[in-house]
Write a protein that binds this ligand. Structure first.
Ligand SMILES: *[C@@H]1O[C@H](CO)[C@@H](O)[C@H](O)[C@H]1NC(C)=O
Ligand SMILES: *[C@@H]1O[C@H](CO)[C@@H](O)[C@H](O)[C@H]1NC(C)=O
Ligand SMILES: *[C@@H]1O[C@H](CO)[C@@H](O)[C@H](O)[C@H]1NC(C)=O
Ligand SMILES: *[C@@H]1O[C@H](CO)[C@@H](O)[C@H](O)[C@H]1NC(C)=O
Ligand SMILES: *[C@@H]1O[C@H](CO)[C@@H](O)[C@H](O)[C@H]1NC(C)=O
Length: 167
């Protein structure tokens, strides 16, 4: 153990492909050299090179950031979540998914199939589940259809006029 007021300077020498650049990595006060030699930068810390950023973080636009398919959970970059996983923000959800009702989900106009979001289907389209059909349509005998007596107006199932109470 070293006295706590010892001031230690650490330099890191980067030999780049194009020339020699000296970078001051960090200055640390340390009582425990093993755990404090590297004060790696965390998410949003300013940087000039990815080597300065800890873990999987990369230096982009001057700050340490997780790679595209990962997000910063407060302590490290972890993989973004797919459909159905709990979430508190859309940045935690994989591409094309959003955090709705605390779950990563496709947009409301889409459904999750084969690990991706696809547009929901119109009337008459083949289906295996009502989740695949546009709102108000149901999957019956493998086709997206309106309930009996309703008709598809191009956007949603509407009550037939001749069945309305005004008839
Ligand atoms: C190192 O410790 C001294 C005394 O505790 C303090 O004054 C100084 O600001 C510290 N330096 C750094 C870089 O933390
Ligand atoms: C990074 O900074 C931006 C803008 O200041 C902020 O919106 C975002 O929440 C920060 N991200 C993290 C992981 O701290
Ligand atoms: C971040 O993820 C790691 C690894 O899954 C986990 O150990 C840690 O507790 C998480 N941190 C937060 C703040 O959720
Ligand atoms: C319905 O499920 C079957 C069996 O998994 C599959 O072969 C078929 O392509 C699916 N149909 C649609 C419209 O997704
Ligand atoms: C409602 O009226 C339309 C047009 O008058 C007709 O084509 C349709 O069959 C009727 N629907 C029902 C359920 O009777």
């Amino acid at each position: 153990m070293l006295p706590s007021c010892n001031m230690l300077l650490f330099f890191l020498l980067w030999i780049t492909a194009y020339g020699n650049t000296l970078t001051i990595r960090s200055t640390v006060n340390s009582t425990d050299l093993d755990s404090e030699i590297f004060t790696e930068k965390i998410s949003n810390d300013t940087c000039t090179n990815s080597n300065e950023c800890g873990g999987k973080l990369l230096c982009e636009d001057g700050v340490c950031q997780c790679p595209i398919d990962l997000f910063w959970n407060g302590s490290k970059c972890i993989f973004k979540h797919f459909d159905g996983h709990s979430c508190s923000s859309s940045i935690e959800c994989a591409e094309n998914l959003e955090c709705r009702e605390s779950r990563c989900q496709c947009l409301e106009s889409q459904y999750w199939e084969n690990s991706k979001c696809s547009p929901k289907k119109d009337e008459h389209a083949l289906c295996n589940s009502s989740l695949e059909c546009k709102a108000t349509l149901q999957c019956k005998t493998n086709h997206c259809v309106c309930c009996e007596q309703d008709f598809w107006n191009g956007q949603f199932c509407e009550k037939s006029k001749n069945h309305s109470r005004y008839h």
